[in-house]
Design a protein around this ligand. Structure first.
Ligand SMILES: Cc1cc2nc3c(=O)[nH]c(=O)nc-3n(C[C@H](O)[C@H](O)[C@H](O)COP(=O)(O)OP(=O)(O)OC[C@H]3O[C@@H](n4cnc5c(N)ncnc54)[C@H](O)[C@@H]3O)c2cc1C
Length: 440
């Protein structure tokens, strides 16, 4: 075990690397008395909904329990997906081929939406479309990934390259995987700069943002709602819940359907350009086929590695997580053994029973949440999509608004489900790891 004095940089902090450039914001402006739309949650989803509602001429207020930008959106890896997770995970199990096509189509639409809004509104977000490598942890996973890549290409038209183990080193500077697939239509952005730019966009269009305004109760009132917050109440014609992995007991309908799960990341100190170029010359997003997967990417300026995984079956401190994630990172890239860690942080993703995000309405209150760890493009897109739907601009909510939102057994019994689930995942990976060892 590497001593802490060598592992942690003198400037080490428990905070997202992204916040150095664009920290979350305190916004204590008085709450408006009444609005057309009150939005609970100030992440990408809530801000995108507010920006779209304001563009449609509606008054919108975003209410967040914490500082604006302290939720999952600025804690993520910033990897921008064109819907691969639907095809490459088991999210599509039990979905009809027609609905799968519509879901994949909308996932692609979310990728395009993100690129357009960043370009059209000149958002400062450091978006780079560099592709993503999905590494195969075992030979069997390689075959599975190859087939999933074919499905992905067929359903979305994205460009998928099969990468053999022999070719992989040139791509990721490591022999850790049994090859994998590379998808060109994938990118990365600066999570906190993008969030700051969305805040600016929402305000520019006329929406108001309010931090430290935890919504405690929503009550029916005349034709709308009274939204009771920690800073007073608002009379709202409509309400949207956009709380994703931070969904609490506010509405039992949602807390029974969404399971918050912690995910952890570290950032390394600034590394020599030659080392970064050797390990990831194309500045690609990288993840793998394990149940407790590794996901890693360079910082947008190409100077540091950002590395994430689930470190343990229980929640741990960020410092403890940093030690474990460092050890995992060294499995992938032994050349990083002497680097120091500058940042460690965690955030909550929202898992759902069917592994799909949902937009919809229950008892007159709208929701858009449940990204299953894949929300940079998708939750931005679903935020504007649900805003258009609830304002009557779009009659249909789209594929993520179809079908029932199933109660999640995990959501109900969340205290023990996450540790047990993670332990089972780790056993699975251990088993696969033994198979790797036997073959090598
Ligand atoms: C560590 C980590 C890594 C990730 N990596 C990626 C990635 O690489 N690519 C990708 O696509 N996705 C990734 N994700 C997922 C992605 O970040 C999220 O899906 C997305 O940002 C969710 O945005 P959101 O607006 O729905 O929710 P959030 O940004 O989480 O915002 C929800 C907000 O709701 C607020 N809230 C909750 N309850 C209340 C209440 N009662 N009253 C007022 N406010 C309330 C919270 O304070 C919070 O700010 C990652 C997530 C994490 C945590």
């Amino acid at each position: 075990m590497r001593p802490d004095a060598l592992l942690f940089h003198d400037d080490f902090k428990v905070a997202p690397y992204w916040w150095d450039a664009a920290p979350p914001e305190t916004a204590r402006e008085p709450l408006p008395e009444r609005v057309d739309l009150a939005i609970v949650g100030g992440g990408y989803c809530g801000l995108s909904a507010a920006a779209e509602a304001a563009r449609q001429g509606a008054s919108a207020a975003v209410l967040d329990a914490a500082e604006i930008g302290a939720g999952g959106s600025t804690r993520s890896g910033g990897m921008v997906s064109s819907g691969q997770k639907l095809a490459l995970t088991n999210a599509i199990r039990g979905v009809s081929p027609e609905r799968l096509s519509r879901l994949m189509h909308e996932s692609m639409a979310s990728f395009e939406y993100l690129q357009h809004i960043i370009a059209d509104e000149a958002l400062d977000a450091d978006l780079q479309i560099t592709g993503r490598f999905f590494g195969a942890f075992t030979q069997g996973h390689f075959e599975h990934l190859r087939k999933q890549g074919e499905l992905l290409h067929e359903k979305t038209g994205v460009t998928v390259h099969v990468i053999t183990r022999a070719d992989q080193r040139a791509l990721i500077g490591s022999d850790y995987y049994y090859g994998g697939i590379l998808v060109d239509e994938y990118g990365g952005l600066h999570t906190a700069k993008y969030h700051r730019a969305l805040r600016q966009l929402a305000r520019r269009r006329g929406a108001s943002l309010h931090s430290h305004a935890a919504v405690q109760r929503i009550e029916r009132h005349r034709a709308g709602f009274l939204v009771h917050t920690a800073r007073g109440r608002i009379d709202a014609k409509q309400v949207l819940i956009a709380t994703n992995g931070y969904t609490g007991p506010l509405l039992p309908f949602l807390s029974r359907r969404v399971l918050p799960v912690a995910s952890y990341q570290i950032a390394t100190e600034s590394l020599p350009a030659g080392l970064m170029a050797a390990l990831n010359p194309g500045r690609r997003m990288i993840s793998d086929s394990k149940r407790n997967l590794f996901y890693t990417r360079p910082s947008p300026d190409g100077t540091r590695m950002i590395f994430g995984s689930r470190p343990a079956i229980r929640e741990v401190s960020e410092r403890e997580a940093a030690r474990i994630l460092y050890a995992k990172m060294i499995e992938l890239w032994p050349a990083l053994r002497d680097v120091r860690i500058t940042h460690a942080w965690k955030g909550y993703v929202a898992m759902t029973g069917d592994r799909l995000a949902h937009i919809g309405v229950h008892d007159g209150i709208y929701h858009a949440l449940g990204c299953n760890g894949n929300g940079v493009a998708l939750m931005s897109y679903l935020g504007q999509r649900v805003a258009r739907h609830l304002l009557g601009v779009d009659a249909e909510p789209g594929a993520f608004g179809e079908g029932a939102f199933p109660v999640s057994a995990a959501g109900i019994a969340s205290r023990w489900v996450v540790p047990v689930g993670t332990a089972l995942y780790q056993l699975d990976d251990l088993w696969d790891g033994r198979a790797r060892a036997a073959l090598s």
